[in-house]
Design a protein around this ligand. Structure first.
Ligand code: ATP
Ligand code: MG
Length: 389
């Protein structure tokens, strides 16, 4: 086919809706595509007619490119496409060339035309190209669920022809918005919560609380593995590891066993707030799910959140457990999350935690305690680890 160029054609629906911010989002998306392909031999990335194009080189590994692009937020879908001049004979021939790589008994042609000056409208193109494929293949046209769809996009810069559309993760490109600090455990929920917020363009820093030496290192190792998995989506991450054990021991001296979880969590949030400030993070993220466990009743969520002025994002608040598990599997965190572990809250947890924490009681208990120096010491002893994809 004369003048045909092979390219990855990348679509980004939602980004297109962003009005004045559009240019910034597109630039971020291009940067993220380039970052995701680091170490993979490819040609240039460029933008035309509301699409992004990635040029392969002869040694570009298609499987790797597909895998990388399917993890870039902001991508709605992508395809390996031919770009040909806007001439109906060339479009016809290219469509047939694409069709010859596929086995099918039924097919359709789906045209989108943004180049309004083109001689034929989309319906006429569908009929013209459809008749050509039908006469050469003997296959039948079927509008609903055909074996093969030949996609055509007629733009002022030429026509894209392709036969396969690969789904991207959608969302907004990471780094285009702001930063938040995610409280991550080695459980199922917080990695999924983190993913949801990253998907909205927010860059995350992570904080994990451990109770070493009372907990083995597994929960910390698993958490590190989870942060590594999530770093796929934002290219680099920082994880803060905070020792909570002295605070927990202090709290345990004051009895009130059923209030311990709420009291631990309040201290966790105070520490998280201080780290958020260092990180210039505008919000905290947790995997809280309303009603799931004792610390997640509304009364307890309120008693915990009270200590921070930062907004606490809880993207899983209204989800069912199955929905969370399905997503954990899809993003690759589930297997790590179900490994057995002890975390800071399983070791020092009461048998019957309070489900309706009373704020006056919480305040009275904390007045007897001397938490501030311990919070400062925990911050002082915090370790930071960096992750790269
Ligand atoms: P997960 O599956 O995320 O552990 P969970 O259902 O076990 O959540 P909780 O243990 O009550 O629920 O934790 C609620 C949220 O508090 C977690 O999703 C996480 O955001 C935060 N959190 C709990 N434990 C820790 C920890 N050790 N370090 C950091 N954050 C934590
Ligand atoms: Mg947990």
């Amino acid at each position: 086919m004369g003048g045909a160029e092979t390219l990855y054609l990348i679509h980004y629906h939602e980004v297109g809706l962003k009005g004045r911010n559009r240019g910034r989002f597109e630039n971020q998306l291009i940067r993220n595509i380039q970052r995701s392909l680091k170490g993979v031999p490819t040609g240039a990335v460029r933008r035309i007619s509301g699409r992004i194009l990635l040029e392969p080189t002869p040694d570009t590994p298609d499987g790797v490119v597909r895998d990388r692009l399917s993890g870039v937020f902001g991508i709605a879908n992508f395809s390996l496409a031919f770009l040909v001049p806007n001439e109906i004979t060339t479009i016809r021939e290219t469509a047939w060339a694409v069709a010859q790589n596929v086995r099918f008994e039924t097919f359709k042609v789906a045209t989108r035309r943004s180049h309004k000056a083109f001689e034929l409208n989309s319906d006429q193109i569908n009929r013209d190209v459809g008749a050509h494929i039908q006469s050469l293949s003997g296959a039948n046209v079927r509008m609903d669920g055909p074996d093969f769809t030949c996609y055509l996009e007629v733009t002022p810069d030429g026509t894209f022809v392709y036969g396969e559309k690969i789904k991207g993760p959608g969302g907004l490109p990471v780094g285009a918005n702001e930063r938040a600090l995610s409280l991550i455990s080695s459980g199922i929920d917080s990695p999924v919560a983190s993913y949801r917020i990253m998907k909205r363009g927010v860059t995350l820093s992570f904080v994990h609380f451990h109770s070493q030496p009372y907990t083995n290192r597994n929960s910390q190792r698993n958490t590190e593995e989870l942060v590594q998995t999530l770093t796929r989506y934002q290219y680099q991450s920082r994880l803060f590891l905070v020792p909570l054990v002295d605070i927990q021991r202090h709290i345990m001296q004051f009895g009130a066993e059923s209030y311990r979880v709420v009291l631990y969590r309040r201290s966790m949030l105070r520490i998280a707030e201080a780290i958020a400030q260092q990180e210039d993070a505008q919000a905290l993220v947790t995997g809280d799910n309303v009603g799931q466990v004792a610390s997640q009743t509304l009364a307890n969520i309120r008693a915990i959140e009270e200590v921070t002025l930062l907004p606490v994002l809880r993207p899983l608040a209204g989800d069912n457990k199955e929905e969370i598990i399905t997503q954990a599997r899809a993003i690759g965190t589930y297997e790590t999350s179900i490994e057995p572990y002890e975390d800071c809250c399983t070791v020092f947890v009461p048998k019957h935690p309070e489900t309706r924490a009373d704020l006056d009681r919480v305040h009275a208990l904390e007045r007897k305690m001397d938490l501030q120096p311990l919070i400062e010491a925990a911050l002082e002893a915090t370790e930071m680890k960096r992750f790269k994809r």
